[in-house]
Write a new protein. Structure first.
Length: 105
């Protein structure tokens, strides 16, 4: 399945709605670049496909809240995550631990 369609499903966007396709593609590209830089790989390996999508979902949901760290309305207080969630970083770290090896010359 196309990653843009999968991302739409995760975000509860109708798959026939193309009005957000460009921004979704940008979030997927941003997530891909994050993984490639963080893991020092040239492409996103298939075992990180779901992490790729989770990063794009996180970035999409952060849109518009970049400068907001907390909000209080009446008795309800909401804190916003400003950095990548721990579960995503843990998955990337696990991938790095399981794939990096020492070269002996």
């Amino acid at each position: 399945m196309d990653k843009t369609i999968t991302l739409k499903i995760l975000l509860d966007i109708d798959r026939d709605d193309t009005s957000n396709d460009e921004i979704l593609s940008l979030y997927l590209l941003s997530a891909e670049n994050f993984i490639k830089n963080y893991c020092d790989v040239e492409s996103v390996p298939s075992e990180l496909d779901i992490v790729h999508l989770h990063i794009a979902v996180f970035q999409y949901r952060q849109n518009g809240f970049e400068a907001v760290t907390a909000e209080k309305i009446g008795n309800i207080s909401q804190t916003f995550k400003s950095s990548m969630p721990n579960h995503i970083i843990e998955e990337l770290d696990k991938f790095i631990r399981n794939t990096k090896y020492v070269k002996f010359f």
